[in-house]
Design a protein around this ligand. Structure first.
Ligand SMILES: Nc1ccn([C@@H]2O[C@H](COP(=O)(O)OP(=O)(O)O)[C@@H](O)[C@H]2O)c(=O)n1
Ligand SMILES: [Ca+2]
Length: 499
């Protein structure tokens, strides 16, 4: 019965102010938990897609990119989802059969239809960019180059995607978009860190692009843009005919023209230090001279007997003749009277720079060691090389000694890299699972996915937000606990006072 007396005690929990406070705190917690649950719920991610066809001189590759729909303006959000290599040669080789160029894209475009979800097809942009192979075809036969472009356009329009055009990129665009790609993927663009120079070696042209320390003395080599609120002032140059396949033709043609004996024999004998000893293959004169990169010459025979000597230093001597370094109208030049500031900073060297150096296992040595290893490789008998690489096509296999030596000579004698800054050249294929190359930069630019000004950033970064919510919840729980202890104590005191 005593206890019934307690009921009459004025319990502090029943004071309206305390009830109000408790309800308020509980409401606060409920709201906060609700917000956290909604904000952090793993939403079914909505992806968008884009397709870029890289119509190179040697082959065409189809790149499919994807990005989360809500984050398209953030750096590093676009990723390569899939690539497909078109069977056969590059579109510029279809000059005599333009319809074949369009047809060649079929298999890869059907694959793209299967990979991209059907409900996204109509909004997925498709771009085709052609590079140096088509630049050369345009020089040789403009009508044929137009027919090839029309053929690929007709072909691409038959798919459910949003066709955005097929065109030949300028060398400057190719260089600049390659630079944007590597710096976007490395997330250099919205940070105060340095940028990565871009070195791209193709079959028919090569590009060098970087931010120089000095003024750019020729307008042709200067590109300016504003990305994420930063101004970039780039040096870029594309050397047409200095891709590795055209450079090989130029180099072979120079050897043929300078060896007088060659004119008299049938077939013409070409003793070549850039090919392995024991290599001996008959080629047509046409296969070397069929390019606007070389002046036509009359020979006694239509055939060449291409004989390997495997002498690296003689090979390098012969390749040096491909670069004209005798004249320069600027404070500094690379070669062929082209202005180039001193190379500066770190460089990503991709495409054939990577393929060749990776094949030769020369991606991480000093310049001196690279030369030594390459000399040994070039002097290895052809029979042994073939035996060691049974899976590799002999045409490609036979050219690695030349290509490796060409790369070294281009970088050292052409672009003026030295044994000190050789380590700043990083031979790369991919950055964060996306290929280094011009295609991603091209798409980012055409879809306006790199804003000139930095996009609004959230109040807190995601990690900071979660930490804040957890700490704040804990703080309120502690407050609740303290309040509970306090009121329990004061209610006990009140009880004792009554008794
Ligand atoms: N796996 C591969 C793929 C391409 N390549 C070479 O990389 C070069 C790619 O050039 P490309 O077709 O993009 O030609 P451009 O139009 O860029 O000059 C060609 O010389 C190919 O033979 C290679 O060496 N290994
Ligand atoms: Ca290329």
């Amino acid at each position: 019965m005593d206890e019934q007396g307690e009921v009459k005690v004025k319990n502090p929990w029943h004071r309206p102010a305390f009830i109000f406070l408790a309800a308020f705190i509980i409401l606060g917690i409920v709201i906060m938990v609700a917000i956290s649950v909604v904000q952090n719920k793993p939403l079914p991610q909505k992806y968008k897609y884009g397709i870029v066809l890289d119509a190179g001189s040697s082959h065409t590759s189809v790149f499919i990119y994807e990005w989360p729909a809500e984050k398209e303006n953030n750096t590093g959000m676009v990723q390569q989802k899939h690539t497909c290599n078109v069977k056969g040669k590059g579109i510029s080789s279809y000059d005599a059969d333009p319809d074949g160029a369009g047809k060649s894209l079929q298999d890869c475009m059907v694959e793209a239809k299967q990979i991209i979800p059907a409900h996204r097809h109509t909004e997925t942009p498709v771009y085709l960019g052609a590079t140096a192979g088509m630049r050369l075809l345009k020089m040789k036969d403009e009508a044929a180059s137009e027919k090839v472009l029309t053929s690929v356009e007709h072909s691409l329009k038959t798919y459910p995607f949003s066709y955005q055009g097929a065109r030949i990129l300028s060398g400057q665009e190719e260089g600049a978009f390659g630079w944007i790609t590597v710096n976007y993927l490395s997330e250099n663009l919205n940070k105060p860190t340095g940028t990565l120079g871009a070195l791209d070696l193709g079959g028919a042209s090569t590009q060098i692009t970087f931010i120089p320390q000095q003024d750019i003395e020729s307008n042709d080599n200067s590109i300016d843009f504003r990305l994420y609120g930063n101004d970039y002032h780039l040096y870029t140059h594309s050397f047409l005919c200095y891709g590795k396949d055209q450079a090989l033709k130029i180099s072979m043609s120079k050897k043929l023209v300078s060896s007088h004996a060659a004119y008299k024999t049938d077939p013409i004998e070409l003793r070549d230090p850039c090919f392995h000893p024991g290599y001996n293959t008959t080629k047509t004169v046409q296969s070397v001279f069929n390019t606007p990169c070389i002046k036509a010459v009359n020979f006694s025979s239509g055939y060449i007997s291409h004989v390997g000597l495997g002498n690296w230093s003689q090979c390098q001597q012969s390749i040096r003749k491909v670069f004209n370094t005798s004249r320069c109208a600027y404070s500094k030049c690379s070669f062929n009277e082209v202005f180039q500031p001193s190379v500066d900073g770190q460089f990503g060297a991709f495409s054939a720079f990577f393929f060749v150096m990776n094949f030769l296992n020369l991606t991480s040595d000093s310049l001196a060691t690279t030369k030594q290893k390459l000399a040994t490789y070039c002097s290895t008998p052809w029979g042994k090389i073939v035996k060691n690489h049974p899976g590799t096509k002999e045409k490609y296999l036979s050219e690695y000694c030349f290509s490796g030596t060409y790369i070294l000579t281009l970088l050292e004698d052409g672009y003026n890299f030295t044994s000190e800054n050789w380590k700043d050249i990083h031979f790369i294929k991919k950055i964060r699972d996306s290929d280094a190359g011009w295609t991603l930069g091209y798409m980012l630019n055409l879809t306006n996915m790199i804003p000139a000004e930095a996009p609004d950033t959230p109040l807190m970064p995601y990690g900071g937000y979660v930490t804040f919510m957890i700490l704040f919840t804990l703080f309120i729980l502690v407050l609740l606990l303290l309040a509970y202890l306090y009121f329990r104590q004061s209610s006990r005191k009140a009880q004792k006072g009554i008794i």
